[in-house]
Design a protein around this ligand. Structure first.
Ligand code: ZN
Length: 160
């Protein structure tokens, strides 16, 4: 069976940046299971998986525009430090969810001064080129429910 739209695919993968630093890996854990062809994984990886079969192995380099996008300066916001009053501690790298005109967004604290705090709404991998080392695992047809939901349902219970 080959990977085409609406197959549920398991992949084993190791993700590294261009310095060879491991960002994420399925090694020692469960493979990633996803529904193919619906944009559930980054476009640069999904397009290469198309047509592959179980057991296929490949390595790819994905530029930011085909991964989590470029780093967008517009998503950096400087806010008054006083707005964070009541928070026990404020540290670089802290993440929290804020409500914006575009809906909830996860932001990361990237700069703290006496008066201001700068938060960044970019995905933490925005602007980062990614290297995937992938082995294709099991491939099966998606169930109508999975197609309806737009994602794979793993083994075990699933309620929604
Ligand atoms: Zn579902």
């Amino acid at each position: 069976m080959q990977i085409t739209k609406h197959k549920v695919v398991k992949i084993h993968y190791t993700l590294t940046d261009d310095d060879g630093e491991v960002i994420d890996t399925s090694e020692g854990g469960e493979p990633l299971e996803y529904l193919h062809g619906v944009g559930g994984i980054i476009p640069g990886l999904e397009s290469v998986l198309e047509g592959k079969s179980a057991g296929d192995q490949f390595k790819i380099h994905v530029e930011p525009e085909d991964a989590y996008g470029d780093h967008d300066e517009e998503l950096l916001h400087e806010v008054e430090r006083s707005q964070f009053e009541g928070m026990d501690e404020l540290e670089l790298g802290m993440q929290f969810q804020v409500d914006t005109d575009d809906g909830p967004m996860v932001v990361t604290v990237v700069e703290i001064t006496d008066e201001t705090v700068t938060v960044d709404g970019n995905h933490e991998l925005a602007g980062v080129a990614l290297n995937f080392d992938v082995t294709v695992g099991e491939i099966r047809d998606a169930t109508p429910e999975e197609i309806d939901h737009g994602h794979a349902h793993g083994e075990g219970c699933h309620e929604h």
